[in-house]
Design a protein around this ligand. Structure first.
Ligand code: ADP
Length: 306
């Protein structure tokens, strides 16, 4: 279990992480979501004792990770842009990590097989693609068979098969009762992987809830209505107390299901050309939730010559 209380990191005058509280429970995948610059990596570095909090605390299974006598056996971590010795082979890198952490070297080949790097185990790490580097990083993370696994943007650079593999691995690790904490800036990926979500923006918690609660609270839907008598249809629906927004050629109606809207319009004798239930994606919901907390967002017209 990972517990953060009032966790804060200030760089200069800027709070990268601004007094956050959250708990990562064992036995489920917790997704740590937020736009770039939200404070995810900084939080993860503090969990791992690589950055010291300006205020507050974060503990792993009851104590500070920096105080752990056998770090790799307690927490397996993949951090973004992990520094690897470029001249060393993948196998030698894992052996070196195993020896330094008192882990039997027999575990090295098991991990190479698990992450699918057996065939390139003798190849120099400097020649690895980003995806292969990520797989090696995950092998290091799991080397000590740790009860807690922290992965920072693990699917960066992976192909679709690799992304599916990480997703299944995370779910398996959680099913084994481990604490699994995974960061991402992509909602769509987390929707398929995480049971629980901690969403951050500008260093603050925006949501801390189950994936199903997040979907219920944030994924909205509306009925798209097209009619050659748009104005009359809009008036009719508004008179029924429905929320009607006009978008170009269509009406977006909330507050009633599509069949009932169809019946209402039909009874009035007005014409309908389309009636469709449209669900907004979770990615849209996430973008809306974090819209005010995106550090650098492109203006829609930026770069377009007039
Ligand atoms: P994320 O992982 O969510 O993309 P980060 O934790 O990397 O976000 O960064 C959070 C904020 O802290 C950003 O504004 C970033 O520029 C700033 N930041 C991160 N590390 C440092 C550092 N070492 N020095 C100064 N500012 C930093």
């Amino acid at each position: 279990m990972i517990v953060a209380r009032g966790l804060t990191k200030i760089y200069g005058k800027k709070a990268a992480v601004d007094g956050i509280d959250f708990t990562v429970e064992p036995g489920r995948v917790t997704g740590f979501l937020g736009p770039n610059g939200a404070g995810k990596s900084t939080t993860m570095r503090m969990i791992l004792g690589l950055d010291r909090p300006t205020a507050g605390t974060v503990t792993v299974d009851g104590h500070r990770y920096a105080d752990s006598p056998a770090p790799l056996r307690e927490v397996g971590a993949l951090l973004e842009a992990r520094a690897l010795h470029p001249g060393r082979s993948a196998r030698d890198h894992l052996r070196w990590m195993a020896v330094r952490n008192g882990i039997p070297t027999a575990r090295v080949d098991e991990m190479l097989a698990l992450v699918g790097l057996e065939e390139v185990a003798g190849k120099r790490v400097g020649k690895f693609s980003l995806g292969m580097g990520q797989r090696l990083g995950i092998a290091v993370a799991l080397l000590g068979n740790p009860p807690v696994v922290v992965l920072d943007e693990p699917v960066n650079g992976l192909d679709p098969e690799g992304i599916r593999w990480v997703r299944n691995l995370a779910r398996d690790l959680a099913a084994q009762g481990r604490t699994v904490f995974i960061s991402s800036h992509l909602m769509s990926e987390m929707a398929l992987t995480a049971d629980h979500l901690v969403v951050v923006g500008r260093g603050r918690i925006l949501a801390d809830c189950s994936m199903s609660e997040f979907i219920a609270d944030h994924a909205s839907s509306y009925v798209r209505v097209a009619s050659p008598q748009r104005g009359e249809v809009a008036d009719l629906l508004r008179r029924q107390g429905l929320d009607v927004a006009v978008h170009d050629e269509e009406l977006r109606v909330q507050g009633l299901d599509a069949p009932s809207i169809g019946e209402l319009v039909g009874k009035s004798g007005l014409l309908l050309h389309e009636l469709t239930l449209v669900r907004s994606s979770l990615e849209d919901a996430f973008m809306t939730l974090t819209a005010d907390s995106v550090e650098y967002s492109a203006s829609p017209t930026a770069g377009i010559a007039r």
